[in-house]
Design a protein around this ligand. Structure first.
Ligand code: NAD
Length: 547
């Protein structure tokens, strides 16, 4: 057999094993002929719709969510087009599997469920070598990187290299929701070790066996990665994800004006929560300027949300100092007051003179908030008395239990609706099922940054943004809030239905891109119709023709 014939044969088999180009049983007869695949596949050609039915049947037959997750990931490894078709056509069913809550369990059990690698690992051992190894990544057109160092995975703490499931899951959502091509997405695990004792003692743990590297060494390694990534993938957008609290704020400050980047936990969460509050005010008739927000948790998500809420009030003409006084924080040390001995930089602007308070309920009685926002990762921390007290103070209290995964939510949807006799306006970070009380069904909204980050990323990339700014997240929050229909609000849901997520992302992307052009943050020429341009870039899970 001559070399040409051999290479043609090899080409067909290569496509069969390439998840981006594979069609499985949907290779048509013409495809099979052209690619020398005849005989290598079962004879019957199936349509994508039939393949989808098979996949759905298999998923629904699995008895646990983790098995479903594994099945989906192995489908993604075999046939990405079919994977995205299934995810996009069945977003309500699939999102909790490829994202929170199941992805949290997958990260916790990563050492046991590991099958095929996905994503890119940069480790403390790669110092001086990162640009070279990054060229091993097979796709040269990366446009979006989600990077984590695994220190604060959801509300589950330090999972070290096992946190890789998060960038993988987030990037799957970039494709499913915002239409990034799979090959444009690069998940990165920045493995600098772990301080998780159980993982360090586990012989199956597959990350670096060392305690976390910190300080200058950490910063130098990350700088090297950022330099390599921005040089090899010009214009790439870098999303920082699930970094520990101190690094998260520090790194955002360091890089935000240097490269095209954002921190999803700080900025993405903020936009989705603000949008939920605006939606809730459409239900209870309140005004943004009259809200008193009490946060449980003063970390990335809490402080980020308060900053964005303040920015929204400033937009309405309220002075920043006054706006900040509408935000209160309760964390591990109690109510955030200015007489604390040590206050981390990111909290200082919200610390003020308040009487000492010993528990969260007391804080509610003192502050009389219109909304409590759970961003603490502490399950059950909104107990019955807390929720009943909120309902005594407010006709329609806003109660958001935003910690992920579901097992970490501050309260459940069912308890919240029952204890407030259906008066609470509830949203959660991970999904909860609708709750029937009497003859009314309450539909909890999913206050999750999945509504925000894919659209912001899409807008930034299509417009060629040099930087992502807070103003863009504020615009994203308003855009999301404007997309909630009266029907949604009537059942208590402050977010648009997830099956509209592609449209939601496109409209958010459009608002973000407008700001990029208005502020001169790009060298790219503005198209006449920004939305049409954005939609043109959105991937559809459609097979190529080979025959
Ligand atoms: P973080 O580590 O930066 O902050 C956690 C905060 O909670 C800290 O201020 C800590 O002091 C406080 N805290 C911890 N235990 C507490 C307790 N017992 N009582 C009071 N306060 C306590 O983490 P983060 O990034 O802010 O995330 C916090 C939670 O929010 C996580 O569970 C995460 O999954 C969730 N989150 C949800 C979304 C979403 O889209 N819904 C987005 C980001 C984060």
């Amino acid at each position: 057999m001559n070399d040409n014939k051999l290479s043609a044969l090899y080409q067909g088999v290569k496509i069969l094993h390439d998840p981006i180009r594979n069609k499985g049983t949907a290779f048509t007869e013409a495809d099979r002929e052209a690619l020398n695949l005849t005989g290598l596949l079962p004879p019957r050609v199936h349509s994508p719709a039939e393949q989808e039915q098979r996949v759905l049947g298999n998923i629904r037959n699995k008895s646990t969510d983790l098995e479903k997750y594994l099945y989906l990931i192995s489908l993604q490894d075999r046939n990405e087009t079919l994977f995205y078709r299934v995810v996009m056509n069945n977003i309500y069913e699939m999102m909790p599997l490829i994202y929170t809550p199941t992805v949290g369990q997958a990260c916790q059990e990563f050492q046991h469920i590991f099958r095929r690698p996905r994503g890119f690992y940069v480790t403390a051992r790669d110092r001086g070598n990162i640009k070279k190894i990054l060229q091993n990544w097979p796709h040269k057109e990366a446009k979006i990187i989600v990077i984590t160092d695994g220190e604060r995975i959801l509300g589950l703490g330090d999972l070290g290299a096992q946190g890789m499931g998060i960038p993988i899951g987030k990037l799957s959502l970039y494709t499913a929701c915002a239409g990034f091509q799979p090959a444009q997405c690069l998940p990165v695990m920045f493995d600098v070790g772990t301080d998780n004792e159980a993982l360090l003692n586990d012989p199956l743990y597959n990350g670096l066996e060392q305690r976390r590297m910190r300080g200058e060494q950490y910063d130098d390694l990350l700088d090297e990665f950022i330099d390599a990534a921005t040089e090899l993938f010009p214009g790439v957008l870098i999303q920082f994800e699930d970094f520990g609290n101190t690094n998260a704020f520090r790194l955002l400050d360091k890089y935000r004006n240097k490269i095209n980047c954002f921190n999803d936990d700080i900025q993405g969460t903020a936009a989705v929560v603000l949008s939920g509050i605006i939606g809730a005010l459409r239900i209870n008739g309140g005004k943004l300027s009259e809200q008193r927000l009490l946060f449980l948790g003063a970390g990335e998500a809490g402080i980020g949300t308060a900053d964005t809420f303040v920015a929204a009030l400033v937009e309405e003409g309220i002075p920043v100092e006054k706006a900040r006084k509408q935000c209160f924080f309760y964390d591990t040390q109690g109510l955030l007051t200015s007489d604390r001995e040590y206050i981390a930089d990111h909290k200082k602007r919200f610390a003020r003179k308040l009487p000492p308070v010993e528990n969260f309920l007391e804080a509610i009685n003192l502050i009389k908030p219109t909304a409590i926002l759970g961003l603490s990762g502490q399950p059950g921390s909104f107990p019955r008395e807390v929720i009943e007290t909120m309902a005594q103070i407010n006709k329609r209290p806003i109660i958001f239990a935003l910690s992920n995964p579901t097992s970490k939510a501050e309260c459940t949807a069912e308890d919240t609706y029952r204890w407030t006799k259906g008066r609470a306006i509830f949203a959660s970070g991970s999904p909860f099922a609708p709750v029937k009380l009497g003859n009314k069904t309450h539909v909890p909204g999913q206050g999750n940054n999945v509504y925000i980050f894919p659209g912001v990323g899409l807008g930034a990339i299509v417009s060629g943004a040099k930087h992502v700014t807070d103003e863009m997240f504020l615009a994203a929050a308003h855009s999301l809030a404007n997309q909630v229909s009266e029907e949604q609000l009537a059942v208590g849901n402050v977010y648009p239905p997830l099956d509209n997520i592609r449209e939601v992302c496109a409209l958010i992307a459009c608002e973000v891109a407008k700001i990029v052009w208005e502020r001169g943050l790009t060298d790219r020429e503005q198209p006449q119709d920004i939305l049409a341009e954005i939609k043109k870039h959105m991937y559809q899970p459609v097979y190529p023709h080979y025959g």
